[in-house]
Design a protein around this ligand. Sequence first.
Ligand SMILES: NC(=O)c1ccc[n+]([C@@H]2O[C@H](COP(=O)([O-])OP(=O)(O)OC[C@H]3O[C@@H](n4cnc5c(N)ncnc54)[C@H](OP(=O)(O)O)[C@@H]3O)[C@@H](O)[C@H]2O)c1
Length: 265
Amino acid sequence: MSTPTAPPRPLGVVTGASSGIGRALVDEFVGAGFDLIAVSDEDMTDDIARSGLGEHVRPLTADLATPSGNDDVVAALVADRRPVSAAVLNAGVGVHGRFDRADLADHLRVVGVNVVSPVWLAHHLLSGMVARGEGRLMVTSSIAADGPGPFQSTYAASKAFLSSFAQALRYEMRGAGVTVTSLEPGPTDTRFFARAKMEETWLARGPKADPATVAREGFAAMMAGKRRVVSGSKILKVQSIVTRRLPGAVSARFQAPLAKPRGDR
Ligand SMILES: NC(=O)c1ccc[n+]([C@@H]2O[C@H](COP(=O)([O-])OP(=O)(O)OC[C@H]3O[C@@H](n4cnc5c(N)ncnc54)[C@H](OP(=O)(O)O)[C@@H]3O)[C@@H](O)[C@H]2O)c1
């Protein structure tokens, strides 16, 4: 008598998997029975080995601000041959300060990681999902997408792009068996603010969500095929509803003090 073999584990992909929300998403995927390709800029091999997840998580190092980094991820997915059942395009960076005073290279890095890379990878991932008639895609946007973001202008605009992009893709995927979800966290306790040199701002010094909670809510929303999930406190959810209804000029006036650098006009 032949012994029954276990069904293969579905395959997931997370970008920006080395820290914060992305690292917590790794635990969500593995806990839900996925094998995972975990993409980050810094090598995660030691972290994955230490955490005992090596059997199910394959770390992939790629700089998603560059064309070669995105090419490498697509090539790795093609070489893997397994279909991707669920993917979260989560990698993101910020840049802080008045637009003309911050380095152009930093602004362009925001556009590369937060805008160009999700377009690049979503195109590859959705092509495969549509061909199979099933799949879950989520992008990590932000409540910064709700309106203009003075002193984080390119970051807020990149997140507005992502939220709009996700909604449009979701519409296009109707009937294809594929869902697209936008995860829109409020301030979350990760390395994000330090990396964007925003520690002295109101936003960074205010209350923050636990990245594990954000990842849990996001993963559940993606698997349930939801359109959008705002992750954070009740006050934050109300703030998001109000901000989305304000004219841009009014919203900019409210948002500016939250991200204004000390000593800036
Ligand atoms: N923290 C918040 O308050 C907040 C609020 C709303 C939305 N978000 C969004 O949540 C997402 C995750 O951010 P986080 O808060 O968890 O911050 P984080 O701890 O700084 O994590 C950012 C992740 O993105 C990766 N990444 C950055 N640049 C990359 C590049 N060029 N190539 C490949 N990977 C790159 C980082 O990898 P390495 O460590 O290897 O560089 C890291 O894994 C971002 O999209 C962010 O915009 C954050």
